[in-house]
Design a protein around this ligand. Structure first.
Ligand code: 0O2
Length: 259
């Protein structure tokens, strides 16, 4: 080994190692709470999605994705914003550690899903930013909600903040392209491209309005006598009783009434 290499080594005493281990465990526990917060919210959304499909023969949710901010990017944000690096301060001031994105077909669905989710009694609505009604100057549209959900751990319950973004397919398409362009140009996007993006956002909004109008018209005109059953999952299929099961239940009830 070269002497340069030896000189480069840092001596870490036992108490520092213990301190690092403790910090790693605390940080892992902190991150896990947000992961469970995401699990709670995505489970709620899956239930709403499946129940709505069965009861209304219509699915307002196209796609759901989630992301957990990495520990590195949390620390970056803490440094950038000059926050105190304690877990308590991070918990209070960084509200997008856990993120869930819901993509809907139509604008009205975004508000419907928002209402269905935020009206649940164990969800606390902390903040709302309605960039659909009030788009950002660059054309960005989305409905943002910070919600607090209870996460039940072995030693108690922890309230966890989750950022929920709800938008249409068109808004999502625009936002992911804009995000890529922003990074490609290292945030120095040429004015011409910014103008094109703004125009594309207006085109996306027009498309959203047109698709919703068409959808409303189709629903009024085509009310099939036997609408096809939606099939969200294999397990979902099992909840719809067969004709035989219904007849059996009717016979049983009639017999029960006679006894
Ligand atoms: P990522 O990787 O998607 O999480 P904050 O910056 O979070 O402290 P802010 O800006 O008040 O606070 O929050 P806001 O306005 O609710 O926006 C937060 C998130 O919304 C962003 O997270 C993006 O996901 C999305 N967003 C907001 N504005 C835009 C936009 O103009 N274009 C696109 N493509 N997305 C946007 P992050 O952390 O930036 O990114």
């Amino acid at each position: 080994m070269s002497t340069d290499g030896v000189r480069g080594l840092i001596t870490i005493d036992a108490s520092s190692v213990d301190e690092m281990k403790q910090l790693r465990d605390d940080f892992t526990r902190f991150m896990m709470q947000y992961k469970f917060g995401i699990d709670e919210v995505t489970t709620k959304i899956s239930i709403l999605r499946e129940e709505f499909s069965h009861m209304h023969d219509y699915n307002p949710i196209e796609h759901v994705s989630s992301r957990l901010k990495t520990p590195e990017s949390i620390i970056d944000k803490v440094q950038r914003k000059g926050f105190d690096p304690s877990f308590e301060t991070i918990r209070e001031s960084i509200t997008d550690i856990a993120g869930v994105r819901i993509t809907c077909s139509f604008v009205s669905d975004t508000y419907r899903v928002f209402d269905m989710l935020t009206s649940q009694h164990d969800i606390r609505l902390v903040a709302v930013k309605d960039y659909i009604k009030n788009p950002k100057p660059n054309g960005y549209k989305s409905l943002h909600a910070i919600v607090e959900v209870p996460v039940f751990l072995s030693d108690g319950v922890v309230p966890v903040l989750v950022e929920v973004q709800i938008r249409t397919i068109a808004m999502d398409f625009w936002a992911s392209l804009e995000h890529k362009i922003y990074y490609k140009y290292d945030q120095q996007v040429p004015q011409e491209l910014l103008d094109d993006l703004r125009e594309a956002a207006e085109t996306a909004s027009r498309l959203d309005r047109k698709m919703e109008r068409l959808h409303d018209e189709i629903r009024v005109v085509a009310q099939p006598e036997n609408p096809p059953q939606s099939r969200p999952s294999d397990a979902g299929d099992a909840v719809v009783p067969t004709v035989q099961a219904i007849e059996q239940l009717q016979r049983f009830r009639a017999h029960f009434g006679e006894v």
